[in-house]
Design a protein around this ligand. Structure first.
Ligand SMILES: Cc1cc2nc3c(=O)[nH]c(=O)nc-3n(C[C@H](O)[C@H](O)[C@H](O)COP(=O)(O)OP(=O)(O)OC[C@H]3O[C@@H](n4cnc5c(N)ncnc54)[C@H](O)[C@@H]3O)c2cc1C
Length: 419
Protein backbone atom coordinates (compact mmCIF):
# COMPACT_ATOMS: atom_id res chain seq x y z
CA UNK A 1 0.00 0.00 0.00
CA UNK A 2 1.33 3.44 -0.86
CA UNK A 3 1.55 5.84 2.00
CA UNK A 4 0.31 9.33 1.21
CA UNK A 5 0.79 12.10 3.75
CA UNK A 6 -1.33 15.20 3.33
CA UNK A 7 -0.47 18.48 5.04
CA UNK A 8 -3.67 20.34 5.93
CA UNK A 9 -7.27 19.25 6.47
CA UNK A 10 -8.83 22.11 4.53
CA UNK A 11 -10.90 21.92 1.36
CA UNK A 12 -8.15 20.64 -0.91
CA UNK A 13 -6.49 18.40 1.69
CA UNK A 14 -9.67 16.55 2.65
CA UNK A 15 -10.67 16.01 -0.98
CA UNK A 16 -7.13 14.77 -1.73
CA UNK A 17 -7.35 12.36 1.21
CA UNK A 18 -10.67 10.95 -0.01
CA UNK A 19 -9.41 10.47 -3.58
CA UNK A 20 -6.14 8.86 -2.45
CA UNK A 21 -7.92 6.49 -0.05
CA UNK A 22 -10.57 5.58 -2.64
CA UNK A 23 -7.72 4.63 -4.95
CA UNK A 24 -6.11 2.26 -2.50
CA UNK A 25 -3.57 4.38 -0.64
CA UNK A 26 -2.93 4.45 3.07
CA UNK A 27 -3.61 8.08 3.93
CA UNK A 28 -2.53 10.22 6.84
CA UNK A 29 -3.67 13.86 7.12
CA UNK A 30 -1.73 16.20 9.40
CA UNK A 31 -3.64 19.28 10.54
CA UNK A 32 -2.26 21.95 12.81
CA UNK A 33 -5.66 23.02 14.11
CA UNK A 34 -7.71 20.99 16.57
CA UNK A 35 -10.33 20.32 13.89
CA UNK A 36 -10.81 20.08 10.13
CA UNK A 37 -12.03 22.74 7.71
CA UNK A 38 -11.80 25.80 9.92
CA UNK A 39 -11.80 28.11 6.88
CA UNK A 40 -14.63 26.26 5.13
CA UNK A 41 -16.81 26.99 8.15
CA UNK A 42 -16.58 30.76 7.54
CA UNK A 43 -17.03 30.62 3.77
CA UNK A 44 -20.02 32.30 2.19
CA UNK A 45 -20.73 34.10 5.51
CA UNK A 46 -21.13 30.72 7.19
CA UNK A 47 -23.31 29.33 4.39
CA UNK A 48 -20.47 28.04 2.13
CA UNK A 49 -20.78 28.79 -1.56
CA UNK A 50 -19.41 25.34 -2.24
CA UNK A 51 -19.22 25.45 -6.04
CA UNK A 52 -20.84 27.07 -9.04
CA UNK A 53 -23.47 25.64 -11.37
CA UNK A 54 -21.92 27.51 -14.29
CA UNK A 55 -20.52 25.62 -17.26
CA UNK A 56 -16.88 24.57 -17.13
CA UNK A 57 -15.84 27.30 -19.59
CA UNK A 58 -17.25 29.90 -17.21
CA UNK A 59 -15.25 28.38 -14.36
CA UNK A 60 -12.08 28.76 -16.39
CA UNK A 61 -12.98 32.39 -17.17
CA UNK A 62 -13.58 33.13 -13.49
CA UNK A 63 -9.89 32.78 -12.69
CA UNK A 64 -7.94 36.01 -12.44
CA UNK A 65 -4.68 34.11 -12.93
CA UNK A 66 -3.82 30.84 -14.68
CA UNK A 67 -7.32 29.68 -15.53
CA UNK A 68 -5.91 27.51 -18.32
CA UNK A 69 -3.93 25.50 -15.79
CA UNK A 70 -7.26 24.52 -14.24
CA UNK A 71 -8.62 22.71 -17.35
CA UNK A 72 -7.42 19.23 -16.38
CA UNK A 73 -8.12 19.43 -12.63
CA UNK A 74 -11.63 20.77 -13.31
CA UNK A 75 -12.22 17.98 -15.80
CA UNK A 76 -11.07 15.30 -13.36
CA UNK A 77 -13.44 16.51 -10.66
CA UNK A 78 -16.05 18.64 -12.40
CA UNK A 79 -18.37 21.06 -10.60
CA UNK A 80 -21.27 18.67 -11.37
CA UNK A 81 -19.37 15.80 -9.77
CA UNK A 82 -18.65 17.96 -6.75
CA UNK A 83 -22.36 18.76 -6.53
CA UNK A 84 -23.20 15.05 -6.69
CA UNK A 85 -20.48 14.22 -4.18
CA UNK A 86 -22.03 16.40 -1.49
CA UNK A 87 -25.61 15.37 -2.24
CA UNK A 88 -24.60 11.69 -2.06
CA UNK A 89 -22.79 12.46 1.19
CA UNK A 90 -26.14 13.62 2.62
CA UNK A 91 -25.89 17.38 2.05
CA UNK A 92 -28.72 18.53 -0.25
CA UNK A 93 -27.65 21.59 -2.22
CA UNK A 94 -29.44 24.49 -3.88
CA UNK A 95 -28.54 26.91 -6.66
CA UNK A 96 -28.95 30.61 -5.96
CA UNK A 97 -28.61 33.85 -7.94
CA UNK A 98 -25.48 33.88 -10.09
CA UNK A 99 -25.44 30.05 -10.20
CA UNK A 100 -23.94 29.97 -6.71
CA UNK A 101 -24.35 26.60 -5.00
CA UNK A 102 -25.02 26.39 -1.25
CA UNK A 103 -26.13 23.64 1.13
CA UNK A 104 -29.91 23.78 1.57
CA UNK A 105 -29.28 24.03 5.29
CA UNK A 106 -27.30 27.28 4.74
CA UNK A 107 -24.76 25.77 7.11
CA UNK A 108 -21.12 25.50 6.05
CA UNK A 109 -20.48 23.03 8.85
CA UNK A 110 -22.50 20.45 6.88
CA UNK A 111 -19.89 20.62 4.11
CA UNK A 112 -17.07 20.06 6.60
CA UNK A 113 -18.95 17.20 8.26
CA UNK A 114 -19.56 15.50 4.92
CA UNK A 115 -15.85 15.60 4.07
CA UNK A 116 -14.82 14.41 7.54
CA UNK A 117 -17.33 11.53 7.44
CA UNK A 118 -16.22 10.46 3.98
CA UNK A 119 -12.58 10.46 5.13
CA UNK A 120 -13.50 8.30 8.12
CA UNK A 121 -15.46 5.92 5.89
CA UNK A 122 -12.38 5.47 3.70
CA UNK A 123 -10.16 4.86 6.74
CA UNK A 124 -8.20 8.07 6.36
CA UNK A 125 -6.27 8.78 9.51
CA UNK A 126 -6.28 12.41 10.65
CA UNK A 127 -3.96 13.79 13.31
CA UNK A 128 -5.01 17.14 14.77
CA UNK A 129 -2.78 19.64 16.56
CA UNK A 130 -0.03 18.33 14.32
CA UNK A 131 1.83 21.09 12.49
CA UNK A 132 4.32 20.12 9.82
CA UNK A 133 7.61 21.96 10.05
CA UNK A 134 9.62 20.79 7.04
CA UNK A 135 9.56 18.52 4.03
CA UNK A 136 12.14 15.73 4.38
CA UNK A 137 14.34 14.80 1.46
CA UNK A 138 17.44 12.65 1.10
CA UNK A 139 20.76 14.21 0.18
CA UNK A 140 20.03 13.23 -3.42
CA UNK A 141 16.77 15.16 -3.22
CA UNK A 142 14.44 12.15 -2.99
CA UNK A 143 11.26 12.87 -1.07
CA UNK A 144 11.20 10.99 2.24
CA UNK A 145 8.30 12.47 4.21
CA UNK A 146 7.79 15.32 6.67
CA UNK A 147 9.02 16.50 10.02
CA UNK A 148 6.47 17.89 12.48
CA UNK A 149 6.85 20.76 14.92
CA UNK A 150 7.07 18.28 17.80
CA UNK A 151 10.05 16.61 16.13
CA UNK A 152 8.22 13.52 14.88
CA UNK A 153 9.44 12.25 11.51
CA UNK A 154 6.76 10.75 9.29
CA UNK A 155 7.90 8.81 6.26
CA UNK A 156 5.77 8.69 3.11
CA UNK A 157 5.83 7.65 -0.53
CA UNK A 158 4.08 10.87 -1.48
CA UNK A 159 3.36 14.16 0.24
CA UNK A 160 0.55 16.52 -0.74
CA UNK A 161 0.93 20.12 0.42
CA UNK A 162 -2.59 21.44 1.00
CA UNK A 163 -1.83 24.24 3.43
CA UNK A 164 -3.84 26.99 1.69
CA UNK A 165 -2.73 30.59 1.16
CA UNK A 166 -1.88 33.30 3.66
CA UNK A 167 -5.26 35.00 4.09
CA UNK A 168 -7.29 34.75 7.28
CA UNK A 169 -4.31 33.17 9.09
CA UNK A 170 -6.49 32.56 12.15
CA UNK A 171 -8.06 29.68 10.23
CA UNK A 172 -4.66 27.95 9.97
CA UNK A 173 -3.58 29.07 6.51
CA UNK A 174 -0.65 31.16 7.67
CA UNK A 175 1.53 30.67 4.62
CA UNK A 176 3.59 27.60 5.69
CA UNK A 177 3.15 25.99 2.29
CA UNK A 178 5.13 28.70 0.51
CA UNK A 179 8.05 27.91 2.80
CA UNK A 180 7.72 24.16 2.10
CA UNK A 181 7.53 24.68 -1.66
CA UNK A 182 10.48 27.08 -1.64
CA UNK A 183 12.56 24.62 0.39
CA UNK A 184 12.46 22.09 -2.46
CA UNK A 185 13.25 24.74 -5.08
CA UNK A 186 9.86 26.09 -6.21
CA UNK A 187 9.45 29.69 -7.25
CA UNK A 188 6.72 31.64 -5.52
CA UNK A 189 4.91 34.30 -7.52
CA UNK A 190 4.58 37.31 -5.17
CA UNK A 191 1.64 36.78 -2.86
CA UNK A 192 -0.90 39.56 -2.45
CA UNK A 193 -4.51 39.86 -1.37
CA UNK A 194 -7.35 39.25 -3.81
CA UNK A 195 -11.05 39.69 -3.08
CA UNK A 196 -10.09 42.27 -0.51
CA UNK A 197 -11.67 45.52 0.74
CA UNK A 198 -10.20 48.84 -0.42
CA UNK A 199 -8.93 51.77 1.63
CA UNK A 200 -10.26 55.27 0.89
CA UNK A 201 -8.29 58.43 1.73
CA UNK A 202 -11.16 60.88 2.33
CA UNK A 203 -12.19 60.83 5.97
CA UNK A 204 -15.86 61.57 5.26
CA UNK A 205 -16.19 58.01 3.96
CA UNK A 206 -16.31 56.76 7.56
CA UNK A 207 -19.66 58.59 8.02
CA UNK A 208 -21.08 56.10 5.55
CA UNK A 209 -19.97 53.03 7.48
CA UNK A 210 -22.56 50.26 7.22
CA UNK A 211 -24.31 51.75 4.19
CA UNK A 212 -24.96 49.22 1.46
CA UNK A 213 -25.83 50.36 -2.07
CA UNK A 214 -27.33 48.07 -4.68
CA UNK A 215 -27.25 48.56 -8.44
CA UNK A 216 -24.41 51.05 -8.48
CA UNK A 217 -21.35 51.20 -10.72
CA UNK A 218 -17.85 51.42 -9.29
CA UNK A 219 -15.10 52.73 -11.59
CA UNK A 220 -11.41 53.14 -10.80
CA UNK A 221 -8.91 55.16 -12.85
CA UNK A 222 -5.17 55.69 -12.78
CA UNK A 223 -3.62 59.14 -12.37
CA UNK A 224 -3.83 59.73 -16.13
CA UNK A 225 -7.55 59.01 -16.09
CA UNK A 226 -7.28 55.60 -17.74
CA UNK A 227 -10.08 53.29 -16.64
CA UNK A 228 -8.61 50.29 -14.78
CA UNK A 229 -11.80 48.54 -13.73
CA UNK A 230 -15.54 49.06 -13.73
CA UNK A 231 -18.04 46.85 -11.90
CA UNK A 232 -21.80 46.99 -11.51
CA UNK A 233 -23.65 45.64 -8.47
CA UNK A 234 -23.66 45.93 -4.69
CA UNK A 235 -21.20 47.91 -2.60
CA UNK A 236 -20.68 48.37 1.13
CA UNK A 237 -19.06 51.28 3.01
CA UNK A 238 -16.83 50.39 5.94
CA UNK A 239 -14.98 52.49 8.53
CA UNK A 240 -11.85 52.52 6.32
CA UNK A 241 -13.34 52.49 2.83
CA UNK A 242 -15.20 50.11 0.59
CA UNK A 243 -16.18 46.46 0.55
CA UNK A 244 -19.01 44.34 -0.85
CA UNK A 245 -19.27 42.27 -4.04
CA UNK A 246 -18.32 44.91 -6.66
CA UNK A 247 -15.34 46.00 -4.61
CA UNK A 248 -14.10 42.48 -3.97
CA UNK A 249 -14.39 41.63 -7.65
CA UNK A 250 -12.56 44.80 -8.69
CA UNK A 251 -9.90 44.37 -6.02
CA UNK A 252 -7.91 41.65 -7.80
CA UNK A 253 -7.05 43.94 -10.71
CA UNK A 254 -6.24 46.79 -8.33
CA UNK A 255 -4.14 44.58 -6.07
CA UNK A 256 -2.12 43.52 -9.12
CA UNK A 257 -1.80 47.19 -10.16
CA UNK A 258 -0.56 48.28 -6.73
CA UNK A 259 1.94 45.44 -6.75
CA UNK A 260 3.75 47.31 -9.53
CA UNK A 261 2.72 50.95 -8.97
CA UNK A 262 2.43 52.41 -5.51
CA UNK A 263 0.38 55.43 -6.59
CA UNK A 264 -3.06 56.43 -5.35
CA UNK A 265 -5.98 55.78 -7.68
CA UNK A 266 -9.14 57.75 -8.34
CA UNK A 267 -12.48 56.04 -8.01
CA UNK A 268 -16.10 56.98 -8.28
CA UNK A 269 -19.51 55.47 -7.74
CA UNK A 270 -22.27 56.07 -10.25
CA UNK A 271 -25.25 56.10 -7.89
CA UNK A 272 -27.73 56.12 -10.80
CA UNK A 273 -26.14 54.03 -13.55
CA UNK A 274 -29.49 53.39 -15.24
CA UNK A 275 -30.13 57.12 -15.79
CA UNK A 276 -28.29 59.40 -18.22
CA UNK A 277 -27.40 62.93 -17.12
CA UNK A 278 -30.33 64.23 -19.18
CA UNK A 279 -32.78 61.82 -17.53
CA UNK A 280 -31.44 62.73 -14.11
CA UNK A 281 -31.94 66.42 -14.83
CA UNK A 282 -35.51 65.68 -15.94
CA UNK A 283 -36.02 63.79 -12.67
CA UNK A 284 -34.64 66.69 -10.61
CA UNK A 285 -36.83 69.18 -12.42
CA UNK A 286 -39.84 66.95 -11.83
CA UNK A 287 -39.07 66.72 -8.09
CA UNK A 288 -38.58 70.49 -7.91
CA UNK A 289 -41.85 71.16 -9.74
CA UNK A 290 -43.81 68.80 -7.48
CA UNK A 291 -42.49 70.28 -4.20
CA UNK A 292 -40.90 73.67 -4.95
CA UNK A 293 -40.62 74.74 -1.28
CA UNK A 294 -38.86 71.56 -0.19
CA UNK A 295 -35.31 72.09 1.08
CA UNK A 296 -32.35 70.77 -0.90
CA UNK A 297 -31.70 68.32 1.97
CA UNK A 298 -35.22 66.89 1.75
CA UNK A 299 -35.03 66.78 -2.04
CA UNK A 300 -31.96 64.55 -1.73
CA UNK A 301 -34.01 62.27 0.51
CA UNK A 302 -36.00 61.31 -2.59
CA UNK A 303 -32.81 60.34 -4.43
CA UNK A 304 -30.56 58.51 -2.00
CA UNK A 305 -30.35 56.71 1.35
CA UNK A 306 -30.49 58.87 4.48
CA UNK A 307 -26.88 58.19 5.49
CA UNK A 308 -25.50 59.56 2.26
CA UNK A 309 -27.31 62.92 2.46
CA UNK A 310 -25.00 64.81 4.88
CA UNK A 311 -21.68 63.96 3.18
CA UNK A 312 -23.31 64.53 -0.22
CA UNK A 313 -24.41 68.03 0.84
CA UNK A 314 -20.91 68.80 2.15
CA UNK A 315 -19.31 67.72 -1.07
CA UNK A 316 -21.79 69.60 -3.22
CA UNK A 317 -21.21 72.88 -1.36
CA UNK A 318 -24.91 73.76 -1.76
CA UNK A 319 -26.56 74.98 1.51
CA UNK A 320 -28.73 72.22 2.94
CA UNK A 321 -31.67 74.59 3.51
CA UNK A 322 -31.75 76.10 0.04
CA UNK A 323 -35.24 75.68 -1.35
CA UNK A 324 -35.71 73.39 -4.31
CA UNK A 325 -37.06 76.15 -6.52
CA UNK A 326 -33.92 78.23 -5.78
CA UNK A 327 -31.60 75.55 -7.13
CA UNK A 328 -29.92 76.93 -10.24
CA UNK A 329 -28.91 75.02 -13.35
CA UNK A 330 -25.32 75.08 -12.02
CA UNK A 331 -26.53 73.57 -8.73
CA UNK A 332 -28.30 70.81 -10.66
CA UNK A 333 -25.10 70.17 -12.62
CA UNK A 334 -23.16 69.79 -9.35
CA UNK A 335 -25.79 67.38 -8.00
CA UNK A 336 -25.77 65.34 -11.20
CA UNK A 337 -21.94 65.28 -11.24
CA UNK A 338 -21.95 63.79 -7.76
CA UNK A 339 -24.80 61.37 -8.44
CA UNK A 340 -23.00 60.09 -11.52
CA UNK A 341 -19.58 60.14 -9.88
CA UNK A 342 -19.38 60.13 -6.10
CA UNK A 343 -15.61 60.35 -6.05
CA UNK A 344 -12.85 59.24 -3.68
CA UNK A 345 -9.15 58.44 -3.63
CA UNK A 346 -8.03 54.85 -3.16
CA UNK A 347 -4.75 54.37 -1.33
CA UNK A 348 -4.54 50.57 -1.43
CA UNK A 349 -6.08 47.32 -0.32
CA UNK A 350 -6.58 46.08 3.21
CA UNK A 351 -3.79 43.67 4.30
CA UNK A 352 -3.29 40.17 2.92
CA UNK A 353 -4.71 38.68 6.12
CA UNK A 354 -8.07 40.25 5.18
CA UNK A 355 -8.19 38.99 1.61
CA UNK A 356 -10.79 36.32 0.93
CA UNK A 357 -8.13 34.60 -1.15
CA UNK A 358 -4.40 34.93 -1.70
CA UNK A 359 -3.29 35.73 -5.24
CA UNK A 360 0.18 34.59 -6.28
CA UNK A 361 1.76 31.43 -4.92
CA UNK A 362 3.56 28.41 -6.31
CA UNK A 363 4.38 29.02 -9.97
CA UNK A 364 2.05 26.74 -11.94
CA UNK A 365 4.69 26.19 -14.61
CA UNK A 366 6.49 24.03 -12.06
CA UNK A 367 3.48 21.81 -11.32
CA UNK A 368 1.95 19.28 -13.71
CA UNK A 369 -1.72 20.13 -14.34
CA UNK A 370 -2.28 16.47 -15.29
CA UNK A 371 -1.33 15.17 -11.84
CA UNK A 372 -0.59 18.20 -9.59
CA UNK A 373 2.86 16.68 -9.00
CA UNK A 374 5.78 19.01 -8.58
CA UNK A 375 8.05 19.07 -11.64
CA UNK A 376 10.94 19.84 -9.30
CA UNK A 377 10.46 17.28 -6.55
CA UNK A 378 8.92 13.96 -7.68
CA UNK A 379 6.19 12.54 -5.42
CA UNK A 380 5.47 15.95 -3.94
CA UNK A 381 2.05 17.38 -4.89
CA UNK A 382 0.89 20.97 -4.54
CA UNK A 383 -2.80 21.90 -4.42
CA UNK A 384 -5.42 24.49 -3.50
CA UNK A 385 -4.90 28.14 -2.76
CA UNK A 386 -1.18 27.63 -2.34
CA UNK A 387 -0.92 27.61 -6.14
CA UNK A 388 -0.79 30.81 -8.18
CA UNK A 389 -4.47 30.37 -9.03
CA UNK A 390 -7.31 32.55 -7.78
CA UNK A 391 -10.82 33.26 -8.95
CA UNK A 392 -13.57 35.81 -8.38
CA UNK A 393 -16.34 35.08 -5.88
CA UNK A 394 -19.02 32.54 -6.79
CA UNK A 395 -17.80 29.17 -5.49
CA UNK A 396 -14.87 28.92 -7.91
CA UNK A 397 -12.11 29.03 -5.31
CA UNK A 398 -13.48 26.11 -3.32
CA UNK A 399 -14.08 24.18 -6.54
CA UNK A 400 -10.44 24.84 -7.50
CA UNK A 401 -9.34 23.49 -4.12
CA UNK A 402 -11.56 20.40 -4.45
CA UNK A 403 -10.50 19.69 -8.04
CA UNK A 404 -6.76 20.14 -7.52
CA UNK A 405 -6.94 18.16 -4.26
CA UNK A 406 -8.89 15.34 -5.87
CA UNK A 407 -6.48 15.09 -8.80
CA UNK A 408 -3.43 15.05 -6.52
CA UNK A 409 -4.92 12.35 -4.29
CA UNK A 410 -5.81 10.22 -7.28
CA UNK A 411 -2.40 10.69 -8.91
CA UNK A 412 -0.43 10.03 -5.73
CA UNK A 413 -2.34 6.79 -5.12
CA UNK A 414 -2.07 5.61 -8.71
CA UNK A 415 1.54 6.56 -9.41
CA UNK A 416 3.48 3.41 -10.23
CA UNK A 417 7.16 4.23 -10.09
CA UNK A 418 7.61 4.34 -6.32
CA UNK A 419 10.76 2.45 -5.38
C1 LIG B 1 -14.08 34.68 4.75
C2 LIG B 1 -13.90 33.77 3.57
C3 LIG B 1 -15.01 33.39 2.83
C4 LIG B 1 -14.84 32.55 1.72
N1 LIG B 1 -15.95 32.16 1.06
C5 LIG B 1 -15.82 31.34 -0.03
C6 LIG B 1 -16.97 30.82 -0.67
O1 LIG B 1 -18.10 31.03 -0.23
N2 LIG B 1 -16.77 30.06 -1.79
C7 LIG B 1 -15.51 29.77 -2.26
O2 LIG B 1 -15.39 29.11 -3.29
N3 LIG B 1 -14.41 30.19 -1.61
C8 LIG B 1 -14.54 30.94 -0.50
N4 LIG B 1 -13.41 31.34 0.19
C9 LIG B 1 -12.08 30.86 -0.27
C10 LIG B 1 -11.87 29.39 0.12
O3 LIG B 1 -12.24 29.21 1.46
C11 LIG B 1 -10.41 28.99 -0.05
O4 LIG B 1 -9.99 29.32 -1.36
C12 LIG B 1 -10.23 27.48 0.20
O5 LIG B 1 -10.59 27.15 1.51
C13 LIG B 1 -8.79 27.07 -0.06
O6 LIG B 1 -8.66 25.71 0.27
P1 LIG B 1 -7.25 25.10 0.67
O7 LIG B 1 -7.49 23.66 0.93
O8 LIG B 1 -6.24 25.48 -0.33
O9 LIG B 1 -6.85 25.84 2.02
P2 LIG B 1 -7.58 25.90 3.44
O10 LIG B 1 -9.02 25.58 3.30
O11 LIG B 1 -7.18 27.21 3.99
O12 LIG B 1 -6.90 24.73 4.27
C14 LIG B 1 -5.55 24.71 4.63
C15 LIG B 1 -5.38 23.85 5.87
O13 LIG B 1 -3.99 23.57 6.07
C16 LIG B 1 -3.71 23.65 7.45
N5 LIG B 1 -2.28 23.93 7.62
C17 LIG B 1 -1.60 25.03 7.23
N6 LIG B 1 -0.30 24.93 7.52
C18 LIG B 1 -0.14 23.72 8.12
C19 LIG B 1 0.99 23.03 8.67
N7 LIG B 1 2.22 23.57 8.67
N8 LIG B 1 0.80 21.80 9.22
C20 LIG B 1 -0.44 21.23 9.25
N9 LIG B 1 -1.54 21.85 8.76
C21 LIG B 1 -1.39 23.08 8.20
C22 LIG B 1 -4.60 24.79 7.94
O14 LIG B 1 -4.79 24.76 9.32
C23 LIG B 1 -5.86 24.53 7.14
O15 LIG B 1 -6.75 23.67 7.82
C24 LIG B 1 -13.54 32.13 1.32
C25 LIG B 1 -12.44 32.51 2.09
C26 LIG B 1 -12.61 33.31 3.21
C27 LIG B 1 -11.40 33.68 4.02
Amino acid sequence: MKKVVIIGAGASGMMAAIAAAENGAEVLVLEKNDRAGKKIRITGKGRCNVTSAKALEEHIKSFAHNGKFMYTPLNRLTPEETYRFFEEAGVPLKVERGDRVFPQSDNAQDIVDALVKRMAKKNVQVKFNKAVKTILRSQEGKLLGVMCDDGELIMADSVIIATGGASYPGTGSSGDGYKFAKSVGHKIVDIRPALVPLVVKESDISQLQGLSLRNVKLSVYDKKGKLLVSQFGELLFTHFGLSGPVVLTASGILSDYWQKNKEELMGDIDLKPALSREKLDERLLREIKELPKRSYKNLLGALMPQLLIAPFINRSGIPYNKLSNQLTKEDREVIIDLLKGYWFTLTGTRPLAEGIVTAGGVNVKEVSPKTMESKICPNLYIVGELLDVDAVTGGFNLQAAFSTGYLAGLSAAQKENIE
